[in-house]
Design a protein around this ligand. Structure first.
Ligand code: HEC
Ligand code: HEC
Ligand code: HEC
Ligand code: HEC
Ligand code: HEC
Ligand code: HEC
Ligand code: HEC
Ligand code: HEC
Ligand code: HEC
Length: 404
C-alpha cells in the first residue's frame, strides 16, 4: 500500500466503523479479537481494522465492506506478514507522524535473520512479526503486559524453542529457555528484576535473530563484561581459539546456562582447563598457580574480615582497617577478572596486592584487640586498687568508731 493510501485510511472517521459493528455480532473468535483489540497500541493510536486489513468501513454490507476492490487484503499468510506490518513500520515518513524515535528497521533486520531467511524459503513454522507480537493485542515493548517486555521475552521465544515437536525437524536444542531461567542472568532478571542482565533478544537481537557467530559471541558477552573480554583478547588462547572456532566465553561458561564460576573450575576434579590440557602441561601449571593466588587472597580476606569484626564488637574504631579490607575486596574482584589473561603473573600480581591490604587490616585488628585487653587489664587493676582502698578506709572508720 502506498504511503498516501495509508494516510488516507488513517484519516477515515472511526465513528461509523461497520467492521466493528458487524463483527461484534459474530461468534466467539471475533468477540475475542474485538476485546483484545480494545487494548492494542494500534487502536490507542487511532488505527482501525481497515488500517491493517483494508476494505471500506463505511459499508454495511459484508461483501462491499470486505471488497478486494476497496483494498481489502483479508488475513495475511505467515509469508505475507512482514510486508503487511512493514507497509507502515518500514516507512520513516509514516511512523514519524506518531513517534519519531521509533526505529523503522524491523522488516529489514528480520529479512537477514534465520527466521526471515527460512520464511522466504517457504518455511512457515518460523517466527514472523505476528508470532512475537500477537495480532490484536500488541503492546509497546516497555509495557509489562507486552509479549516482548524484557521479562516476557524468554516465554515468547520458548513457545517455539522449547516445543520439542515443533523444533524436531531442525535438530537443534530445545533447552535454551530452561537453561536461561536457571542461569545467573535469568535469575538476576526474572527473580530480582535486574534489567542490566541479558535476556534472549539482548544477545540475539530483536529482529536479527541469528546465533552469534564465533567473531560476535565474545562481543555479545564482552559488551557487558568488558574487562573479561579485554583480558581474553590479549591472552595466549585468543588466537588459537579463533582458528579452531571456539566461542571466546561460551566454551567455558556456556551460552544459556551461565552459572556462578568459582576457582574450582581451574584445578581439581571438574576443572575446565583439564578438558583440553594434559596433566603436567604448562597451562595446567598456570591454572594451579592462579587458583593458589585466588584462594590465598580469599583466605587472607576472610581471616582479616573476621578479626576486624571481632575488634568492632569490642567497640574499637576500625575505620582504617575497613578501608584496607575494601581494597582487598576490590583486588578479589580484579583477580577473578584477571583469570581471563590466562597468565600466572597477572593473577599473582593482583593477589599479592590484595593480600597486602588484607594483612594490613589483620594487623590493625590485632593491635586493636591488644589495646583493648591492655585497657581492660588497666581498668581491672584500678578497680581492684579502688576497692582495696575503699575497704581499707571502711575498716579504718570502723576501728575509729569502735574506739569511740
Ligand atoms: C455485515 C457484516 C460484516 C462486515 C460489515 C464486515 N465483516 Fe468481516 N467478516 C464477517 C463475517 C461473517 C466473516 C466470516 C467469519 C468466519 O468465517 O469466521 C468475516 C471475516 C473477516 C475476516 C477474516 C477473513 C478470513 O479469511 O478468515 C477479516 C480479516 C475481516 N472480516 C475484516 C473485516 C473488515 C476489515 C471489515 C470492515 C472494512 C469487515 N470485516 C466488515 C462479517 C462482516
Ligand atoms: C496491526 C494490524 C491489525 C489490525 C489493526 C487488525 N488486525 Fe486482524 N489480523 C492481523 C493479522 C496480522 C492477522 C493474522 C493473524 C496471525 O497471523 O496470527 C489478523 C487476523 C484477523 C482475523 C482472522 C483470525 C483467525 O483466527 O483466522 C480476523 C477475523 C481479524 N483479523 C479481524 C480484525 C478486526 C475485526 C479488526 C479490527 C477490530 C482487526 N482485525 C484489526 C492484523 C491486524
Ligand atoms: C523473534 C521475535 C520477533 C519477531 C519475529 C519480530 N519482533 Fe518486533 N520486537 C521483538 C522484541 C523482543 C522487541 C522488543 C525490543 C525492546 O525490548 O526494546 C521488538 C520490538 C519491536 C518494535 C518496537 C520498536 C523496536 O524496534 O524496538 C516494533 C515496531 C516491532 N518490534 C515490529 C516488528 C515487525 C514489523 C516485525 C516483522 C517485520 C517484527 N517486529 C518481528 C521481537 C520480534
Ligand atoms: C497502518 C499502519 C500500521 C500497520 C499495518 C502496523 N502498525 Fe504497528 N504501529 C503503527 C503505529 C502508528 C504505531 C504507534 C507508534 C507509536 O506511536 O509509538 C504502532 C506501534 C506498534 C508497536 C509498538 C511499538 C513500541 O512503542 O514499542 C508494535 C510492537 C507494532 N506496532 C507491531 C506491529 C506489527 C507486528 C504489525 C503487523 C502485524 C503492525 N505493527 C502493523 C502502525 C502500524
Ligand atoms: C513461531 C515460532 C518461533 C518463535 C516465537 C521464535 N522462534 Fe526462533 N526459530 C524458530 C524456528 C522454526 C527456527 C529455525 C530453526 C533452525 O533453522 O535451526 C528458528 C531459529 C532461530 C535461531 C537460529 C537457530 C539456528 O540453528 O541457527 C535463533 C537464534 C532463534 N530462532 C532465536 C529466537 C529468539 C531469540 C526468539 C524470541 C525473541 C525466537 N527465536 C522466537 C521458531 C521460532
Ligand atoms: C548471554 C547471551 C545469550 C542469551 C541471553 C541467549 N542466548 Fe541463545 N545463544 C547465545 C550464543 C552465544 C549461542 C551460540 C551457542 C553455540 O553455538 O554454541 C546461542 C544459540 C542459540 C540458538 C541456536 C541453537 C543452540 O542452542 O545453539 C537458539 C535457538 C537460541 N540461542 C535461542 C535463545 C533463546 C530462546 C533465548 C532466551 C530464552 C536465548 N537464546 C538467550 C547467546 C545467548
Ligand atoms: C546485558 C549485559 C550482559 C550480557 C550481554 C552478558 N552478561 Fe553476564 N552478567 C550480567 C550481569 C548484570 C550479571 C550479574 C548477575 C547477578 O547479579 O547475579 C552477569 C553475571 C555473569 C556471570 C557471573 C559473575 C559472577 O560474579 O559470578 C558470568 C560468568 C557471566 N555473566 C558470563 C556471561 C557470558 C559468558 C555472556 C555471554 C554468553 C554474558 N555473561 C553476557 C550482564 C551481562
Ligand atoms: C578457559 C575458560 C574461560 C573462558 C574462555 C572464559 N572464562 Fe570467565 N571465568 C573462568 C573461570 C575459571 C572463572 C572463575 C574465577 C573465580 O571465580 O575464581 C571465570 C569467571 C568469570 C566471571 C566472574 C568474575 C568477574 O570477572 O566478575 C565472569 C563475569 C566471566 N568469567 C565472564 C567471561 C567472559 C565474558 C568471557 C569471554 C570474554 C569468559 N569469561 C571466558 C573461565 C573462563
Ligand atoms: C576448549 C579447550 C581449552 C580449554 C577449556 C582451555 N584451554 Fe588453554 N589452550 C587451548 C588451546 C587450543 C591453546 C593453544 C595452544 C595449545 O594448543 O596448547 C591453549 C593455550 C593455553 C595457554 C598458553 C600455553 C603456552 O604454551 O603459551 C595457557 C597458559 C592456557 N591455555 C591456560 C588455560 C587455562 C588456565 C585454562 C582453564 C581456565 C584453559 N587453558 C582452558 C585450549 C583450551
Amino acid at each position: 500500500m502506498s504511503l498516501l493510501l495509508a494516510l488516507a485510511l488513517l484519516a477515515a472517521p472511526a465513528g461509523a466503523d461497520t467492521c466493528v459493528k458487524c463483527h461484534s455480532t459474530l461468534e466467539d473468535k471475533h468477540a475475542l479479537i474485538l476485546r483484545s483489540f480494545s487494548r492494542d497500541i494500534h487502536k490507542e493510536k487511532g488505527l482501525t481494522c481497515v488500517s491493517c486489513h483494508g476494505g471500506d468501513s463505511a459499508k454495511e454490507d459484508m461483501s462491499e465492506a470486505m471488497d478486494p476492490e476497496k483494498g481489502y487484503v483479508g488475513v495475511p499468510s505467515p509469508a505475507q506478514v512482514p510486508e503487511f506490518c512493514g507497509k507502515c513500520h518500514s516507512s520513516p515518513a509514516y511512523m514519524r507522524r506518531f513517534n519519531p524515535s521509533l526505529p523503522t528497521d524491523q522488516q529489514a533486520k528480520y529479512r537477514t535473520s534465520t527466521h526471515g531467511i527460512r520464511l522466504q524459503a517457504g518455511d512457515e513454522v518460523v517466527a514472523t512479526c505476528a508470532s512475537c507480537h500477537p495480532a490484536h493485542s500488541i503492546r509497546p515493548a516497555k509495557d509489562p503486559t507486552s509479549s516482548v517486555y524484557v521479562k516476557n521475552v524468554a516465554e515468547t521465544c520458548a513457545r517455539c524453542h522449547a516445543d520439542t515437536k515443533k523444533m524436531a525437524p531442525y535438530g537443534i536444542a530445545v533447552t535454551q529457555a530452561a537453561d536461561y531461567r536457571a542461569s545467573v542472568h535469568g535469575k538476576a532478571l526474572l527473580e530480582r528484576g535486574d534489567t542490566s542482565a541479558p535476556t534472549c533478544n539482548t544477545c540475539h537481537g530483536n529482529h536479527g535473530a541469528v546465533p552469534p557467530g564465533v567473531a560476535s559471541i565474545g562481543m555479545v558477552c564482552g559488551s557487558c563484561h568488558v574487562g573479561n573480554m579485554e583480558f581474553f583478547k590479549a591472552s595466549p588462547m585468543a588466537g588459537p581459539w579463533e582458528r579452531r572456532g571456539f566461542h571466546a566465553c561460551a566454551t567455558c561458561h556456556t551460552a544459556h546456562g551461565v552459572q556462578k564460576p568459582t576457582s574450582a573450575l581451574l584445578a581439581g576434579s571438574g576443572a575446565l582447563c583439564a578438558r583440553c590440557h594434559k596433566p603436567g602441561s604448562k597451562p595446567l601449571a598456570v591454572a594451579a598457580s592462579m587458583k593458589g593466588g585466588l584462594d590465598g587472597l580469599k583466605a587472607a580476606y576472610d581471616g582479616a574480615e573476621g578479626s576486624v569484626r571481632q575488634a568492632e564488637e569490642k567497640g574499637m574504631d576500625m575505620a582504617e582497617a575497613r578501608d584496607a579490607l575494601d581494597g582487598a575486596r576490590m583486588s578479589m574482584f580484579q583477580a577473578r577478572t584477571a583469570v581471563h589473561a590466562f597468565s600466572a603473573e597477572a593473577v599473582a600480581k593482583i593477589s599479592e596486592e590484595g593480600k597486602g591490604s588484607a594483612d594490613k587490616a589483620s594487623l590493625a585488628a590485632r593491635e586493636a584487640v591488644k589495646d583493648f585487653r591492655n585497657r581492660r587489664l588497666g581498668l581491672g587493676l584500678s578497680t581492684f586498687v579502688i576497692a582495696f582502698l575503699a575497704g581499707a578506709v571502711y575498716l579504718k572508720v570502723r576501728e575509729l568508731e569502735e574506739k569511740d
